[in-house]
Design a protein around this ligand. Structure first.
Ligand code: COA
Length: 704
């Protein structure tokens, strides 16, 4: 294996190259290698200036996240960076690709910084429940001032090299290029500095530009509203404020103290679980080495909101799209919808106007006959959710689409095996369950039916990656992973309302837990007709003991469909996006309780959350036990990316591990005492508790 940090001389320039694939993370060996290389440079009389570069696709991707939560191993990163900063000879950081977290902190410790155009520089620690712990909060504001540092550190989003130059974070911008270009540009810059006699400029010795003291209070107030209970951004504000009052040494000590406190929080554990789960989710046992079916030309059938969103997502990823609608007027409407989505992408700076035009003119066309799909590599169907409609469509596609193409349904609950049987080639059929709006939401459930061929599955996973989406494999059942578990969670919420809590209290409690929206806000957004139709569909097979949220049907029957009708659980005066409580709601709910002979009782917020979460976790365990989800981590990724579950809690299964499976099981048994039809602990949960195991054990066992 090559050295993690190589030292070589280019005449009088020492080049220190970090080489730790895939992202040059600052593992123990890299830290030790850097410390040695800096000491060697200091001693090396032939070297007058040093340049730190990264090999491969980026400079340095940050601390080694895999080491978090384990005993620290010296040398500590802050000390390595101090050695860089205090080196009596000048050191330049030459950055390409990305400099993130500890990687940017190393660059901040260097005396001069150069970045290639296209580089991203950031301190994303808050996204992992942490804050910079190796000088980032103390050195960055000395270069950029407090407002930019507050944005970068509390937001966690990287900035472009051009923005970094503007704000003073870097000193020089060079042309875009690879690691070799960064090395060449870094050496040339270092020689220029020597020739001009430019002195070392340690960031830590500079003064911070003064700011009004209110800046910090205002930021805390804004974060209290936006951070959904996350503590790390607030700790980062404390560290930045400390930078304005303390010496560098004292500020660094305060930063370290706050950093170590965060390292011990469950939020840090939850966010790092989410980080690794997102990367593991596409690595499925049994699919190694299975060559994916190639996809370049795509057909989309149906141009409603869903079909148009899917087509937009495909176009943005550079795929060629033919969209089929029932007549030309509908096709024209679908084109309008897609054009609107692309306009928004242009407005947000994600697409340039020229490319927008060429996507619509060259890569997209509409048609009315299925024959137009004869040569595509993939068809995604997004028509009405009805089995007869889908079977007929798949039968027709079977007759025209070339052999070897993938036939996908975007159904959100129908039986994909049955749809596959409508064709003569069930091995080519798969479910691709996009979430609305499909060009925005990152989650994609890849529903694998009994006969689906492995290369169709890997083809779908490769497609998801190209679309920039996170794919989760799901088995066939009503609702797959997400909607099936959601239905249990929703039912638990409805029971709490039937038994005495107001929908507003439920929404408040769920949001205080960290969800983006409460269940009744979600109903208003989706439309109350959706839930009503589902209840009608399932009414025939309903168990007599199943409790029905008759208040939801009463609202539906009164024409209160949610946002789209201006009134649902909330009122939306004049198309307002934010609903306001409706004084009449309590009457509707009270009538439903009275009709069911229920004596309402009070709930505290904690019990509401425990009930909703216990239902979600228990159904999650069943979904894993039945093989619908490959591992608990797959359930976590679905809920974090598709249903607004608070990322800092890692997902429902990670949350269950954090509170303890025995506690969850005890809750389920307590709830079962008053309703043993709905509350029945899953066999997997009971087994894990009996064995003293947890969901993480199941994640660890499944190594792809
Ligand atoms: N420590 C340890 N492993 C890391 C890592 C880190 N800081 N960053 C990435 N990895 C691993 C990933 O887990 C993945 O491993 P795998 O191939 O076994 O799944 C691999 O490196 C590639 O990462 P991936 O995210 O798939 O590559 P990418 O090119 O899409 O993105 C980064 C590269 C660096 C932008 C991205 O990985 C990232 O954002 N990393 C975290 C950066 C960060 O938060 N640093 C601050 C730490 S406090």
């Amino acid at each position: 294996m090559s050295e993690p940090v190589a030292y070589e001389l280019d005449a009088d320039v020492a080049v220190l190259t970090v080489d730790n694939p895939p992202v040059n993370a600052l593992s123990r060996d890299v830290r030790a290698g850097l410390a040695d290389a800096v000491a060697r440079f200091e001693r090396d009389e032939a070297a007058r200036v040093a340049v730190i570069v990264g090999s491969g696709r980026l400079f340095i991707g940050g601390a080694d996240i895999g080491e978090f939560g384990k005993p620290p191993m010296p040398p500590a990163l802050p000390n390595v960076i101090l050695a860089i900063e205090r080196c009596p000879k000048p050191i330049v950081a030459a950055i390409h690709g990305s400099a993130l977290g500890g990687g940017l902190e190393i660059a901040l410790g260097a005396h001069h910084r150069l970045a290639l155009a296209g580089t991203r520089l950031g301190l994303p620690e808050v996204t992992l429940g942490l804050m910079p712990g190796a000088g980032g909060t103390q050195r960055l504001p000395r270069l950029t001032g407090i407002p930019v540092a507050l944005d970068m550190i509390t937001g966690g989003r990287p900035v472009s090299a051009a923005r970094a130059l503007e704000s003073g974070l870097i000193d020089r911008l060079a042309d875009a290029g690879d690691a070799g270009d960064a090395r060449r540009a870094g050496i040339a810059f270092a020689r220029e500095l020597l020739a001009d006699g430019t002195a070392r400029r340690p960031s830590g010795e500079r003064d911070i530009a003064p700011v009004a003291a209110e800046v910090f209070g205002e930021r805390r107030a804004a974060l209290a509203r936006s951070a959904r209970g996350q503590v790390a951004p607030l700790a980062a504000v404390d560290a930045l404020e400390a930078a304005t009052r303390l010496s560098l040494d004292d500020g660094l000590a305060e930063e370290r103290r706050l950093f170590l406190e965060l390292m011990d929080t469950p939020q840090r554990a939850g966010l790092i679980h989410a980080f690794f789960a997102e990367r593991r989710v596409a690595k499925l046992p049994g699919l190694q080495g299975v060559e994916p079916r190639g996809i370049e030309r795509v057909g989309v059938v149906g141009g409603g909101t869903m079909g148009a969103g899917i087509a937009t997502s495909m176009l943005l990823a550079g795929l060629d799209v033919t969209l089929i609608e029932r007549d030309e007027a509908s096709g024209a409407r679908a084109r309008e919808t897609i054009a609107g989505y692309l306009d928004t992408a242009v407005e947000r700076g994600k697409l340039d106007a020229g490319r927008r035009a060429s996507l619509l003119d060259d890569a997209f066309r509409t048609g009315v006959a299925h024959a137009a799909l004869a040569d595509v590599d993939l068809v995604v169907e997004a028509v009405f959710e009805d089995m007869d409609v889908k079977r007929e469509l798949f039968g027709a596609l079977d007759g025209v689409v070339r052999p070897g193409a993938i036939l996908a349904t975007n159904t959100s609950y129908l039986d994909v095996d049955e749809i596959a049987r409508a064709t003569s080639r069930p091995a080519d059929v798969i479910g691709l369950h996009f979430f609305s709006p499909a060009h925005v939401m990152k989650l994609l459930e890849v529903v694998v039916a009994d006969a689906t061929a492995p290369e169709v599955v890997t083809g779908a996973l490769a497609l998801a990656k190209r679309l920039g989406k996170i794919a989760v494999r799901a088995g066939v059942c009503d609702g797959f992973i997400g909607n099936r578990i959601l239905a249990r969670y929703r039912a638990a919420a409805d029971h709490v309302v039937l038994d005495g809590a107001s929908p507003y209290q439920v929404d408040r409690a769920i949001k205080a837990f960290g969800f983006a929206m409460g269940p009744y806000e979600v109903s208003d957004l989706a439309g109350l007709d959706i839930g009503h139709a589902t209840r009608r569909r399932k009414a025939a097979e309903r168990h007599p003991r199943e409790r029905v949220p008759t208040f939801a049907d009463a609202l539906f029957e009164a024409g209160r469909l949610g946002r789209k009708s201006g009134r649902g659980y909330y009122r939306y005066p004049e198309g307002a996006r934010q609903g306001e409580p409706d004084p009449d709601l309590e009457r509707v709910v009270a009538e439903a309780r009275a009709a069911a002979g229920i004596e309402p009782r009070a709930f505290d917020d904690e019990e509401i959350v425990r009930r909703c979460l216990a239902a979600m976790i228990d159904e999650g365990a069943r979904v894993v036990d039945e093989g619908i989800a490959a591992r608990p981590l797959d359930v976590d990724v679905v809920f974090v990316h598709g249903y607004g579950f608070p990322r800092h809690r890692g997902g429902p299964m990670k949350h269950a591990d954090a509170v303890g499976l025995d506690t969850v099981l005890a809750d389920l048994r307590t709830f079962a005492a008053s309703d043993d039809h709905f509350w029945r602990p899953s066999p997997l949960l009971e087994r894990l508790v009996a064995e003293g195991g947890d969901f993480q054990d199941l994640n660890d066992e499944s190594v792809a």
